[in-house]
Design a protein around this ligand. Structure first.
Ligand SMILES: [Fe+2]
Length: 189
């Protein structure tokens, strides 16, 4: 199975994307332990660190070039029981997500380039956001997180194409993406 989408648009077929079997098996073994979202995210992050592919293992050259209209999310694998999905995202310099959170746990790993992540907390009784943390992630860096507290925005702040892996505890082939909510609240200093 291979689907391609922006983070918020309906998926479309991308026939040449693929996911290494070893990574799928490693993630499946951790998910089936059913240890809860945060522990699952931590363990899947370890599995991804141990099985981190090269961009060329996942995507053909044309899909690794990015799309000037928007960053791209290529769905590489969706577990038949819907328990997890694996995607590769491709960002041109300056492309970014909206501020959002997720419906379930998520693990990310940078394969190429540089991704800047900002993490926000709700404040003012949920009427505003405040920056809580920021990270610059470079190749080999893997992190896992689980709701609540996963409000974030990601941007390619490098000057080359960035490519990252995203493993979601949700069935992206049905949902289209794993976004729970998009935030357009003011950001307090
Ligand atoms: Fe996200």
């Amino acid at each position: 199975m291979s689907l391609t989408s922006t983070d918020t648009a309906a998926p479309r077929l991308a026939t040449a994307a693929r996911c290494p079997d070893g990574l799928v098996r490693a993630v499946r073994a951790e998910v089936r332990l059913a240890l809860g979202w945060q522990k699952t995210a931590d363990r899947v992050a370890c599995a991804l660190r141990a099985n981190l592919p090269e961009p060329a293992d996942l995507l053909p050259a044309d899909l690794r070039q990015g799309d000037p209209s928007c960053y791209q999310s290529h769905l590489l694998y969706s577990e038949p029981d819907g328990s997890f999905s694996i995607a590769a995202m491709v960002w041109l310099p300056g492309q970014e997500t909206i501020i959002h959170d997720h419906v379930a746990w998520c693990v990310t790993g940078v394969l190429q380039g540089r991704e800047y992540e900002e993490i926000f907390a709700l404040t003012n009784d949920g009427r505003a956001l405040q920056l809580a943390a920021r990270n610059v992630n470079t190749p080999g860096e893997v992190s896992g997180f689980a709701p609540p507290g996963d409000i974030h925005r990601v941007r390619n702040t490098g000057d080359t194409v960035a490519i990252s892996m995203h493993i979601y505890g949700a069935d992206i082939s049905r949902l289209g993406n794993s976004i729970r909510r998009e935030y357009t609240l003011p950001i307090r200093p």
